[in-house]
Design a protein around this ligand. Structure first.
Ligand SMILES: [Zn+2]
Length: 434
């Protein structure tokens, strides 16, 4: 059966344009892209999707999620995380290795891909750990994990403290053509902290994490990128200093890319004043000056990617004293409206927003996606950019509900997700083609 996606505004982040075009999808690929109103062939085998008033965009690609399987299935499984992803407009997810056991060998990588296959929803791309057990001592077998399907390596959740080991990791990753994703944290400096170190932490009496704990490691990764020539991707940038370091590295022509997450451009450390643990995240929410710097970085293109750092936790880890609670918040079902808010604000245009949510992360990971072109994979989402609503706890498809954006007015949401030409999720009907 063919599908006609009719009447929508087609967003092309690669060329930076929005066009009134209809899409014909056949056998999993985009068979035709035609100017609106020019397609006439309504045979019985043609299913029509009315996208008028909506944007048709390349499926979103989240290069930083925690799916919690294996080991913490009570927080999230690959199936529930993939479901939350497709509801949020994502067609591809790259999952971080800090599971139990960590994804530090090919058998775990293969397990993740098998579970993703079973779920039959979003495409899942495993990221392998850099060191065995994420203990920081011995490099994992990059080649084995790559062969099993890993697309990158990261020590996310931790940092590789040993610079010599990180240098070798970059050299091996380059040899195996794996993307290096750096969680930047000097853990000696951040130890014991539970929020940003600044006036608010002093006032409310919580131990702080200085911006320097992030920036020291951002500087080191840039220095190692210069030394090894290996492209590095800096995860969840949260400070003005990090944005400035990355801007300078790019001006020097170094192969450095980076991401931030929606909470770093919507929330600052004042959110922590009520001790609500949903606002506890690592790196922590910073100052309003940092928030402005992140927006500037996004606007200028210094920040390439908006990822979610989707980090599900159960009440067991969150309903605790602030300093004992786990770090992280879910994000797959709110990232789209939170990013579209920047379009409304004038930080960047719609096509630029999609570049950061879809095109750039695909390119950085070296995976398909991020474009809508004739002959290409039909991985796409249909979004209603004007829809206004608020999320209630029961609206989330993620197994965990630790979102600080519950009840907040949002604008813009995904209405349909197609992967490889199959509609895997559609609002209202919740229809799934199998
Ligand atoms: Zn991280």
């Amino acid at each position: 059966m063919s599908i006609w996606i009719k009447g929508g505004d087609l967003v092309d982040p690669e060329r930076g344009v929005i066009e009134q075009s209809d899409l014909i999808v056949e056998r999993g690929i985009i068979a035709k892209i035609l100017p609106r109103g020019t397609f006439r062939d309504a045979g019985p085998r043609l299913r029509v999707i009315d996208a008028s008033g909506k944007h048709v965009v390349p499926g979103l690609v989240d290069m930083h999620v925690h799916l919690r399987e294996p080991g913490e299935e009570y927080k999230e499984t690959i199936a529930t995380g993939a479901k939350a992803g497709v509801v949020g407009g994502y067609t591809s997810l790259a999952c971080m290795p800090n599971t139990i056991p960590p994804n530090d060998c090919s058998s775990v990588t293969e397990f993740i891909l098998r579970q993703a296959q079973k779920a039959g929803l979003a495409r899942v791309y495993p990221i392998g750990a850099i060191t065995v057990g994420q203990k920081g001592d011995v490099l994992t077998e990059f080649g084995d994990m790559k062969k099993a399907g890993a697309v990158g390596v990261s020590e996310d959740g931790y940092s590789v403290a040993n610079s010599e080991l990180m240098r070798r990791a970059m050299e091996y990753a380059r040899f195996h053509n794996l993307t290096v994703i750096c969680h930047c944290e000097d853990t000696r400096l951040s130890a014991g902290g539970s929020m940003h170190e600044g006036v608010v932490s002093t006032r409310i009496g919580l131990p702080g994490i200085p911006s320097a704990s992030e920036e020291i490691m951002v500087f080191r990764e840039i220095a190692l990128a210069r030394l090894t020539g290996t492209p590095v991707h800096i995860a969840h940038v949260s400070t003005e200093g990090s944005v400035n370091l990355i801007r300078r590295a790019r001006e020097d022509g170094l192969p450095v890319t980076c991401e931030t997450a929606p909470h770093y451009f919507h929330l600052d450390h004042n959110a922590v004043i009520g001790y609500d643990t949903r606002f506890k995240v690592n790196p922590p929410l910073r100052t309003s000056a940092d928030v402005e710097a992140i927006k500037r970085g996004l606007s200028e293109g210094v920040i390439d990617v908006i990822a979610t750092d989707h980090a599900p936790h159960s009440p067991m880890e969150k309903d605790l004293e602030f300093d004992r609670a786990a770090c992280g918040m879910i994000g797959l079902e709110t990232a789209l409206p939170l990013t579209l808010a920047l379009v409304k604000e004038g930080v960047f245009g719609m096509a630029e927003a999609l570049r950061r949510l879809s095109y750039n992360p695909s390119k950085i990971l070296g995976i398909p996606g991020g474009v809508l072109r004739v002959g290409g994979l039909a991985d796409l989402s249909v979004i209603d950019a004007e829809m206004e609503y608020a999320m209630k706890e029961e609206d989330f498809h993620s197994k965990s509900k630790n979102s600080p954006f519950i009840g907040m007015p949002l604008r813009g949401r995904n209405d349909l997700t197609m992967i490889g030409g199959k509609i895997v999720w559609q609002r209202d009907t919740a229809h799934i083609d199998r």
